[in-house]
Ligand binder design. Structure first.
Ligand code: AOF
Ligand code: ZN
Length: 386
């Protein structure tokens, strides 16, 4: 490892300290080095607070004039919640800047580097870029599209079952894997489940780890069946709950809102092309009977969450909502925890729906990243563009 990569690695580690608290802004770390010694370190700690670069300058133990900065993301050059970091760098007399990731925020992209160079600062761009990019898949996805970065997560046995035939699913995986899920909950802005999971398990969906950050809890519930006495509704005033539905019963909606739940309406997922045409024309109001067996569009729910500033969603089941993620092509990462167990028989499989008809129609995934968690395995796949 060179001296330069050592300092950038340090900046990456510092950036991670903001995990769960900066959304929808990025994780960023910065290190300032003079005469082969670190004289200042900083990271972006919380949404809206000082950026990593200004924190590092603030923490300098010596005059940074003539020093080098290592920063994981291109410094910003716009006025947002914070003033431009590029100006602070120029004022400080920093002479060189090693930059990891490019900032795909259109307000910044390339302009940060340009400003620094125009003011006589030497810039080394794309330095350990791949490692720095890994800090911010959520930010990069969201900043360009306003669609949340979506993670599909399930825990299954070695024979691919998420529950026994009777539906019992506690617990498939061991403690280390479950602790890892808590870390993912911490990273994301929202956790989403289908109404089936609420009715079967009455989950709380909170983040339970050291220094937790609580994601918004989201339920897809076409016919607004969520029980008033469910743990989600009962705790909605402490940790926000959003329920998506279609043409809700007014009284039930009012009761949920009084309990602190945000009730939003979503579009129905069209079954056929003709449906889609009618719905686009806005001429489609389904009766209760017609509604049977149909559900709201996951993609439309995600769009609405994105519009509310939620940059990432962890979909935690069950099999129906997983099928929707596949069918509506809205899943950036698939996380599969595999336990060394077999359930056999008619146990539930992770993804419901009709499935594909022949193997050549399979949804293709990237090669997995493999992590051992105690006795269990975590396989992480991104979806291949087809
Ligand atoms: C951060 N933290 O350390 C860096 C960011 O509204 P603002 O002023 O906080 O600006 C947010 C934008 O600034 C963000 O989208 C990104 O493009 C850039 N860099 N943001 O929150 C940081 N360096
Ligand atoms: Zn900045």
């Amino acid at each position: 490892m060179t001296e330069h990569s050592f300092y950038m690695e340090r900046a990456i580690q510092l950036a991670k300290r903001g995990t769960g608290f900066t959304n929808p802004n990025p994780l960023v770390g910065a290190v300032i080095v003079k005469d082969h010694r670190i004289i200042g370190e900083g990271w972006h700690a919380r949404y809206g607070d000082l950026h990593a670069e200004r924190n590092a300058l603030k923490n300098c133990t010596e005059d940074p004039a003539g020093a080098t900065m290592y920063v994981t993301l291109e410094p910003c050059c716009h006025h947002g919640k914070q003033p431009p970091c590029t100006e602070a760098l120029v004022e400080s007399g920093i002479r060189r800047v090693y930059i990891g990731s490019r900032d795909f925020n259109p307000l910044v992209f390339g302009k940060g580097v340009q400003y620094l160079e125009e003011h006589g600062i030497e810039v080394i761009p794309d330095f350990l870029r791949e490692a720095c990019d890994k800090l911010n898949p959520i930010f990069f996805r969201y900043i360009g599209t306003k669609m949340p970065y979506t993670i599909l997560k399930y825990a299954m046995t070695a024979d691919g079952k998420i529950a026994c035939a009777g539906g019992a699913s506690k617990w498939v995986t061991g403690e280390a894997a479950r602790a890892h899920v808590q870390q993912t909950r911490k990273r994301v802005a929202a956790i989403c489940v289908g109404i089936g999971t609420v009715l079967a398990d009455d989950p709380l969906l909170t983040c339970r780890c050291e220094n937790p950050s609580q994601p918004v809890r989201v339920v897809l519930d076409t016919r607004l069946r969520i029980p008033m006495e469910s743990r989600l509704v009962q705790t909605a005033k402490e940790v926000p709950v959003i329920v998506f539905c279609y043409a809700p019963d007014k009284d039930k909606k009012a009761a949920l809102e009084a309990a602190g739940v945000t009730v939003l309406e979503a579009k129905l997922l069209p079954k056929e092309e003709l449906d889609e045409l009618f719905m686009r024309l806005g001429e489609f109001q389904l009766s209760k009977e017609e509604l049977n067996g149909r559900h709201i569009s996951l993609r439309n729910c995600l769009e609405q969450l994105g519009q509310r500033g939620l940059d990432s969603v962890l979909i935690e089941g069950g099999a129906t909502i997983h099928a929707a993620a596949l069918q509506e092509n809205c899943c950036d990462l698939v996380q599969v925890y595999v336990a060394p167990k077999l359930f056999g028989g008619d146990g539930l499989s992770p993804i419901g729906g009709m499935g594909i008809t022949t193997p050549d129609k399979a949804v293709l995934l990237s090669e997995p990243t493999i992590t051992r968690l105690g006795q269990d395995l975590l396989l992480e796949y991104t979806r291949k563009e087809q």
